[in-house]
Design a protein around this ligand. Structure first.
Ligand SMILES: NC(=O)c1ccc[n+]([C@@H]2O[C@H](COP(=O)([O-])OP(=O)(O)OC[C@H]3O[C@@H](n4cnc5c(N)ncnc54)[C@H](O)[C@@H]3O)[C@@H](O)[C@H]2O)c1
Length: 249
């Protein structure tokens, strides 16, 4: 039977690269995104996909999306909670509306989508991959909402791994380092870009496809005994302490 996946935030960036890799491996994919136009454009050039327009932070919309995904795919073998919102600002300027918007997409969304697709994931003994960030692992400036939401999703993943293990459902987190997507380029100033180059042993941003490889592997049978883990795909950022620029010179 053809295997399947639901990918949120699939219209562009890391979600679109993940969709393409799943398709290359023969899966059918439900592509979920808030941006209906961009989703239609992305899905239009792909075979074996079902585009589903949905705001993952809206419980009713998520229920409708889950029913449509179930109908289109028949089963759900993998769920990638990738849809995300980045809004960087200092604490004083992060009003409650900005905080809530980030939490709604980055934390409420994965909770709601996972819950709505749980019967399908249990029936398939499927896999969940939640996309956090290196901002989940290291606190930094301007990320009071974003970093906290990403630490939340990383812990949510561990809760899922513990609770769903008896159903054969695995749950893991991927923590990407910086990737030049629309999301990142909207918040990465030149200072931030330079700081990442200084702090990453591989000395460069990652590519969408490099993040997708880790996601697709964690969803595959090759990772059948891996659950509750956080995998940083970050060029070595997490492993690094101080002094890297000095060492290079
Ligand atoms: N790019 C990076 O540097 C980076 C680093 C670490 C983590 N991440 C994470 O990777 C994930 C993908 O980000 P990306 O860089 O590919 O960004 P992107 O902006 O290119 O793609 C994100 C997609 O999510 C969709 N989306 C946003 N809110 C949504 C909602 N409420 N409901 C449904 N869809 C929604 C957007 O329309 C967009 O298509 C995010 O969770 C992000 O936080 C990105």
């Amino acid at each position: 039977m053809t295997r399947t996946a639901v990918v949120t935030g699939a219209a562009r960036g890391i979600g679109l690269a993940t969709t393409r890799l799943f398709l290359a491996e023969g899966r059918r994919v439900a592509m979920v995104d808030l941006d209906g136009d961009e989703l239609a454009r992305a899905a239009g050039s792909l075979e074996g996909v079902t585009p589903l327009s949905c705001d993952v932070s809206d419980p009713d919309a998520v229920e409708r999306m889950a029913a449509e995904a179930r109908q289109a795919l028949g089963s759900v073998d993998a769920l990638v909670n990738n849809a995300g919102l980045a809004d960087f600002g200092p604490l004083e300027e992060t009003g409650f509306d900005r905080w809530r918007a980030v939490m709604a997409t980055n934390l409420d969304g994965p909770f709601l989508v996972t819950q709505a697709l749980l019967p399908d994931l249990k029936a398939a003994r499927g896999a969940i991959v939640n996309i956090a960030s290196i901002s989940a692992l290291r606190a930094s400036t301007l990320r009071v909402a974003y970093g906290t939401s990403k630490a939340g999703i990383a812990h949510l993943t561990e809760q899922l791994a513990v609770e769903l293990g008896e159903h054969g459902v695995r749950a893991n987190t991927v923590c990407p380092g910086p990737v030049r997507t629309k999301l990142a380029m909207a918040v990465h100033t030149q200072d931030i870009i330079d700081a990442y180059h200084d702090a990453i042993p591989l000395g460069r941003y990652g590519r969408e496809e490099e993040i997708a490889e880790a996601i697709v592997w964690l969803c595959s049978e090759k990772a059948s005994y891996v659950t509750g883990q956080r995998l940083s795909v970050d060029g070595g950022f997490e492993a690094t302490g101080i002094g890297l620029p000095a060492l290079r010179s």
